[in-house]
Write a protein that binds this ligand. Structure first.
Ligand code: NAP
Length: 284
């Protein structure tokens, strides 16, 4: 019998706790503020930033949107980031991906002051995560670790298999799991005999972006299955990477899509904004 990991409910509780923390900051005259940069008019990105602004509203974090058109040059984008870096009223900066072809997102991430880098994509924060120092952890991996911990799912000594090696999910998630003493295997598009590897997973996480990437024959009995994928199924509905209906029968714990990793990602963004605000104001 599987248990559903309710990311929506967990995220709501986290937001409530963060609101209390933020209220205390406000009593001290400190107003946490997030700036979000969107370049171009990607429709999915517009939905994502709307959800982020709604979460800011829930937690009482001030929110500023900087909308740049798709002809924006790299110099202009870097200048916008530089201006936000310099502003004392901005505590967190997020550059929504993807950005139009021809712009170098890595260069833009490098430009964001690492102390305001609430997405954790600046190389300073990537390095800190890798060597186990305190920094900003990317929101999706951070949210997944929080989910596992909230459900008292042991990580130490477990075989964790991550499918996907992107800089925003797969790689930082692998580092997070390693930090928690899991034995981590990363699979990707060139991995051979992926089923042989996933069958050994106590914790199996899919971050690919492909419907039915994970089928029940790939899952060990009693495995914990975390679905990061966000896809549209044949009916146009949001669906993950995991063949949920069949895989759930084998899993001990499983996340739904929607209502799993997605809401946790946004909750951890709020967490990182509050953390940045406290650090910038000398509060531990
Ligand atoms: P990405 O940059 O496209 O990376 C996808 C990864 O999947 C790559 O490492 C790729 O391997 C691997 N892959 C592709 N086909 C594969 C296959 N057949 N077998 C094994 N591995 C395969 O994507 P991403 O940004 O990490 O996002 C992944 C998914 O998570 C997307 O659906 C995205 O929308 C979703 N997502 C959700 C959240 C959330 O909050 N819920 C947050 C972020 C992302 P190669 O490296 O070899 O190409």
């Amino acid at each position: 019998m599987y248990q559903l990991i309710d990311g929506k409910e967990l995220a709501k509780n986290i937001r409530q706790e963060l609101k209390k923390e933020n209220d205390k900051l406000k009593e001290k005259g400190i107003n946490a503020k997030l700036a979000v940069i969107l370049v171009g008019d990607d429709s999915a990105s517009k939905v994502y930033i709307k959800n982020k602004s709604k979460a800011c509203n829930d937690v009482g974090i001030e929110y500023e949107e900087i909308l740049l058109d798709s002809n924006t040059t790299m110099e202009e984008l870097l200048q916008v980031i530089e201006n936000l870096n310099k502003r004392d009223d901005i505590n967190g900066i997020l550059l929504q991906s993807p950005i139009p072809n021809g712009l170098d997102i890595q260069k833009a991430f490098e430009k964001i002051d690492y102390r305001k880098d609430v997405d954790g994509f600046n190389p300073v924060n990537v390095g800190k995560l890798t060597i186990g120092q305190d920094g900003f952890i990317p929101c999706t991996p951070y949210g997944i670790i929080k989910m596992l911990e909230s459900y008292n799912i042991p990580i130490e000594g477990k075989n964790a298999v991550v499918i996907g090696r992107s800089n925003i999910v797969g790689k930082p998630l692998s580092q997070c799991l390693l930090r928690k003493h899991a034995t981590v295997t990363i699979c990707h598009s060139r991995t051979k005999n992926i089923k042989d590897i996933t069958k050994s997973a106590d914790i199996l996480i899919s971050a690919v972006g492909k419907l039915n990437m994970v089928t029940s024959d790939m899952v060990k009995d009693g495995a914990v299955v975390i679905d990061v994928g966000m896809n549209r199924n044949e009916n146009g509905k949001l669906a993950g990477d995991v063949d949920f209906e069949n895989v759930k029968e084998k899993a001990s714990y499983i996340t739904p899509v929607p209502g799993g990793v997605g809401p946790m990602t946004i909750a951890m963004l709020m967490n990182n904004v509050i953390k940045a605000t406290k650090l910038q104001n000398g509060i531990n």
